[in-house]
Design a protein. Structure first.
Length: 256
């Protein structure tokens, strides 16, 4: 019975490590590798299958006893610092006692994300900086900067209210179109497209797109295709938001 309980603890800790990777933007093959690597270190053979929404793992010890665990993944974001920290822990797992490893993983899991003021500044300057990449000037910088700032506030509010991602991206797409056209209507800028594209670049799911390709190449077809569909849904939401806002401007006679 004692050995069985120990196996359960090992499986729980291994799945916690996998959950950290999956919830913070890691690839599926990395999730499965982390779970199996921790189990192997403690002499426990683990078979792991992960998708974007859950981790299923089953362990078998030397006596043939089987233990299974399913972890539901309800939310995902991109925090590669957590993935980096966890990767360092897993690759030096021999330095930790079992309890120490568990505490270290819990510490990483509970680590707070980037402070909002940093996100706010990053969104604002990021959107403004893309203007120069698209050959804009200082006048195009202003609406892009404001669009990025309002988008950051909008996403913060959506997160607080637990609004689904599609609606959040639709609103963000509308913001990125409305602000530049407001400046265009006031005669401050002559080409709103540069500011619109610059602001929308913040919302392009580049990490998810790359991860979908890497998952497919690694043979995780289900996860790769699921992530690719997720990327398409983000693009669709941005297009719907931008398109509806421009259509509204046309109906109001403010778009020429």
């Amino acid at each position: 019975m004692l050995k069985e309980i120990k196996d359960q603890f090992i499986l729980k800790v291994a799945c916690l490590a996998g959950k950290i990777v999956l919830e913070n933007g890691g690839e599926i093959y990395r999730v499965e590798d982390v779970v199996c690597r921790i189990g192997a270190f403690y002499g426990l053979k683990i078979e792991c299958f992960a998708t974007l929404t859950c981790i299923m793992a089953s362990s078998t010890n030397e006596n043939g006893d089987i233990c299974s665990l399913v972890k539901r993944i309800s939310s995902r974001s991109t925090n590669l610092n957590k993935v980096f920290l966890l990767n360092n822990v897993v690759r030096s797992v021999e330095k930790f006692s079992f309890v120490g490893l568990q505490k270290e993983l819990i510490k990483i899991y509970n680590e707070k994300g980037t402070e909002f003021y940093r996100i706010f500044i990053g969104y604002s300057l990021g959107a403004g900086s893309f203007v120069y990449l698209f050959k804009g000037d200082y006048r195009d910088f202003i609406p892009a900067f404001i669009s990025g700032a309002i988008t950051a506030l909008s996403e913060r509010l959506s997160s607080y209210l637990h609004i689904n991602g599609f609606f959040t991206n639709t609103v963000s797409g509308a913001i990125c179109s409305l602000i530049p056209y407001l400046f265009y209507h006031m005669g401050i800028i002559t080409n709103p497209s540069i500011s619109i594209i610059s602001a929308l670049m913040l919302l392009v799911p580049g990490v998810a797109f790359i991860n979908s390709i890497r998952d497919i190449i690694a043979g995780d077809l289900l996860a790769g295709i699921s992530r690719a569909v997720e990327v398409l849904m983000v693009g669709l939401a941005l297009a719907v938001g931008a398109g509806l806002s421009l259509k509204l401007l046309m109906l109001l006679g403010g778009l020429s």
